[in-house]
Design a binder for this molecule. Structure first.
Ligand code: PMP
Length: 388
């Protein structure tokens, strides 16, 4: 078996971590890995998470299995946060190992329910999107999404590409804080996409992995809710790994939304069957933490305030970049952890070699790797690199 395998390239970002660690330069900057960092470069555990964990250690009286749907209280607690006032009965949820697990289930459900359907993904998008859906046998197509030189969403090209989708094809949309570009759709653009998706009978899969880190908890869910209101059925892949800082606890959920009870129950039974075949039951801890926080008003308030501090820090770094770099002005209107700079692979290499700044080969930077104080030096290096 092993000799029949083709070697696989290691994940580029993981290789970057290794190179960064062994770089002795004291002022080196890691803008590669996609986790939040505070101004001291740490990715701390939320105080609300620590408090919830203490309650769990004291109160948990069994480690017996949960069902395939995971922690039902967690799913119930997430619903208003994610879906607002949408009727509970119209949404089916299952807990998943991270947003990645949710996407994998979404991919398998799509392949099972609509064999042969194409999935339209943005160019660019989070690279793992392509791997996850292809691994489940889904054929991909792309829609243009972003122009790095002008730092704008290529909205007309996006709409033109989606207009070529056949009825029954699927489209993957990122709900907020677009990875890797930071460029989200405006409310009007979401409306246009919702109309188009509804009109052409496309099946939306919405990836919401950064709720609360962009324009705020409610606003970051807005585009997704507009799509859901326009279509008869959709999937939402959700992650709590960023907005609760739970990363390694692998805390996510897949939600199916449909206002036709029988179809929703068919989707639900298939999602549970796929979950059983993948991991049988999800890990407990992260979801138990989220449930504990969201069902305690003091902890929920504490969590929301911590999340807001993170969001504000990202806004401050964006403002500093926009102030110092005339060609980075657009970054202050973008959201979340990431921005995609118009750099060639060669320039990314020189950023690392000449300036000890580490970023993904695509030109993606994690803004949380910067401090407001580090911005002027960063901009100077960036402008040196961009000189012809
Ligand atoms: N979707 C997007 C757009 C992401 O950036 C990520 C994480 N990098 C995920 C999903 C998956 O998140 P998780 O760590 O919860 O699997």
């Amino acid at each position: 078996v092993f000799s029949g395998l083709a070697p696989q390239a290691p994940d580029g970002l993981l290789a970057l971590i290794g190179a960064y660690r062994s770089d002795p330069r004291p002022d080196k900057l890691d803008l590669g890995v996609g986790v939040y960092r505070d101004a001291r470069g740490r990715t701390p555990v939320f105080a609300a998470v620590k408090a919830a964990e203490r309650l769990l250690v004291e109160g948990q009286d069994t480690k017996a299995y949960l069902g395939a749907e995971g922690d039902v209280g967690y799913l119930e607690a997430l619903r208003p946060l994610v879906f607002g006032a949408r009727a509970q009965a119209d949404v089916f949820g299952v807990q998943t190992p991270g947003g990645t697990g949710a996407l994998r289930l979404a991919a398998e459900l799509l392949a099972a329910g609509r064999p042969g359907a194409k999935l339209f993904v943005g160019a660019p998008t989070w690279p793992n999107h392509e791997q996850i859906f292809e691994a489940a046998g889904v054929t991909l197509a792309t829609y243009d999404y972003f122009d790095a030189a002008s730092q704008t969403v290529r909205f007309e090209a996006m709409i033109a590409a989606l207009a070529t989708a056949a009825p029954g094809d699927a489209v993957l949309l990122q709900g907020a804080c677009h990875n890797p570009t930071g460029a989200d759709l405006t409310k009007d653009q979401w409306r246009t996409v919702a109309d188009l998706v509804a009109e052409r009978g496309l099946f939306p899969i919405i990836d919401l992995a950064y709720q609360g880190l962009g324009r705020g908890l409610e606003d970051d869910a807005l585009g997704m809710r507009l799509i859901l209101a326009a279509v008869p059925e959709a999937l939402v892949a959700y992650s709590c790994d960023k907005n609760f800082g739970l990363y390694r606890e692998r805390t996510g959920a897949l939600f199916a939304a449909c206002d036709h009870p029988q179809r929703l129950s068919k989707a639900g039974s298939n999602i549970l069957a796929l979950a059983r075949a993948n991991w049988s039951m999800p890990p407990d801890h992260g979801a138990a933490v989220v449930r504990t926080i969201l069902s305690d008003s003091d902890l929920a308030t504490m969590w929301a305030a911590e999340l807001e501090t993170m969001r504000q820090r990202l806004i401050d770094v964006r403002a500093a970049l926009a102030n110092h770099g005339p060609d980075l002005v657009a970054l202050k209107d973008q959201n979340g952890l990431f921005a995609c700079l118009p750099l060639t692979q060669h320039q990314v290499g020189r950023f690392r070699d000449d300036h000890a700044v580490y970023l993904a080969g695509s030109g993606r930077i994690n803004l949380a790797g910067l401090t407001v104080e580090a911005v002027p030096d960063f901009i100077r290096a960036y402008q040196t690199l961009r000189q012809p």
